[in-house]
Design a protein around this ligand. Structure first.
Ligand SMILES: [Fe+2]
Length: 265
């Protein structure tokens, strides 16, 4: 089972730029083309939030057009730049999208791994929250198949990254998630977006990784008083490869055209 993981494309209406500077739409199309060039092809695609930038209908309409270019099943959660109800209105015809309330999803029929998507967004705010209802939903899903290898996907990371201007908008009450996951060793990975950078750490007894954005990268500034900033760094996606005898192997895959193949040695 091979899972491609894209994040934070911040799509705009056709012809509009992200922050009036960056062509996030073109960068997402490049990501889709790169995805199509992978051999073997991923079985499914995950997208960990901030599908669009302003949460408008026009953005979602354009996003839906672009997503239709991906032949694999795509499973998405919203981020703080999404609008939950407009997301639902656009993608509610997909079976995994909840008809009411938070856009949590549980997908278990795509292969060996079960995928749980958590909608931890707080409408109108940029931070996330592991609130009571989300904790309960997650505990119930995990208890349904406690030994099944599982991926949990959420938008805001539930830890302090050390980059202060993004940590102000992390997922609050992250310790509750750590406590829940610690009871389920079959949780292979927690996947996050939001931070527009690749990071990995041990969390709740499992491994947590954050996905780069297909557009910009949040500045790697680790000082307490760091000025917020972003850069156009090489975009990338993650590829999660389930290998039954080993577990889940995560690859960082830069997006673009690169010289090669060259001689191995
Ligand atoms: Fe984002």
């Amino acid at each position: 089972m091979l899972i491609a993981h894209l994040s934070d494309p911040h799509l705009r209406p056709r012809g509009h730029l992200y922050h009036n500077i960056i062509d996030s739409n073109a960068m997402f199309l490049t990501a889709i083309r790169h995805l199509a060039s992978l051999d073997p092809q991923p079985d499914l695609v995950l997208l960990s939030g901030d599908l669009v930038d302003m949460g408008t209908e026009a953005e979602y309409a354009h996003a839906a057009e672009m997503l239709a270019l991906i032949p694999q099943p795509v499973f998405m959660i919203p981020g703080n730049h999404d609008d939950r109800e407009r997301f639902r209105a656009c993608f509610g015809h997909h079976g995994y999208v909840a008809h009411a309330g938070p856009l949590h999803f549980a997908v278990g029929d795509q292969g060996a791994l079960r995928i749980l998507g958590l909608d931890i967004t707080v409408p109108g705010a940029h931070h996330g929250d592991m609130d009571d209802a989300t904790c309960l939903w997650l505990e119930e899903r995990l208890a349904e198949e406690p030994d099944r290898p599982t991926i949990i996907m959420m938008h805001q990371p539930p830890f302090d990254s050390g980059i202060p201007f993004i940590d102000a908008y992390c997922c609050r009450q992250g310790a509750r998630l750590a406590d829940i996951v610690a009871g389920y060793p079959a949780v292979e990975r927690i996947l996050c977006g939001h931070i527009h950078r690749f990071m990995q750490l041990r969390f709740g007894g499992t491994m947590l990784v954050t996905a780069p954005s297909t557009t910009t990268a949040i500045a790697l500034r680790l000082h307490d008083n760091a000025e917020p900033a972003s850069f156009v760094e090489p975009p990338a996606m993650l590829l999660h490869h389930w290998r039954p005898q080993l577990g889940l192997v995560t690859h960082l895959v830069p997006i673009g055209s690169f010289q090669g193949p060259l001689h191995f040695f």
